[in-house]
Design a protein. Structure first.
Length: 165
């Protein structure tokens, strides 16, 4: 029997339908990290300001630390763990971040990658200023963004190239 203060939420998580019993005040990041065991999404500011907790909700970037779990009922949630293909191939954004050493401490990296994936899904050919503006929504204290911008532009090229393979 479910407690009166718990209710069921069902959503698609990295392509698979999943359900959890949650408290009304429970945040999506807590469900992802503590219940689903997907610890790639990081918690930092707990205010939705830094971007470390960025996931894609129906393809759009969302701060999971300020998203209640009940807000994602019947929606599609994609985390950093859901970017690589079923056979283990990295997403072009993930591969470009590695090749360009676009991280130092790595804490913001999952959120940055998810934000970049959303950008390239919306705009497959962003110019440097568009990348800079888009990526400024997330905070990185280590790299100064230059390597991140280069990685996003490289990933855009990889995406375009894969269309012709």
């Amino acid at each position: 029997m479910m407690s009166a203060d718990l209710f069921n939420v069902t959503f698609r998580l990295n392509g698979s339908e999943t359900s959890f019993h949650v408290r009304p005040e429970e945040m999506l990041i807590d469900v992802l990290r503590e219940r689903a065991g997907l610890t790639g999404t990081k918690l930092s500011c707990d205010l939705g300001a830094c971007g470390a907790c960025t996931v894609l909700v129906d393809g759009k970037p969302s701060a999971s630390c300020v998203t209640f779990a009940w807000q994602v009922v019947d929606r599609d949630i994609r985390t950093i763990e859901g970017l690589s293909s079923g056979d283990g191939d990295l997403d072009p954004v993930q591969a470009a971040f590695i090749e360009h050493s676009s991280f130092q401490c790595g804490y913001c990296t999952p959120g940055m990658i998810m934000l970049a994936r959303a950008l390239l899904d919306e705009n497959p050919n962003p110019n440097r200023d568009e990348v800079r503006q888009w990526m400024s929504a997330n905070i990185c204290r280590c790299t100064g963004y230059e390597m991140i911008i280069e990685a996003v532009q490289d990933a855009a090229e990889r995406n375009r190239s894969s269309l012709y393979e």
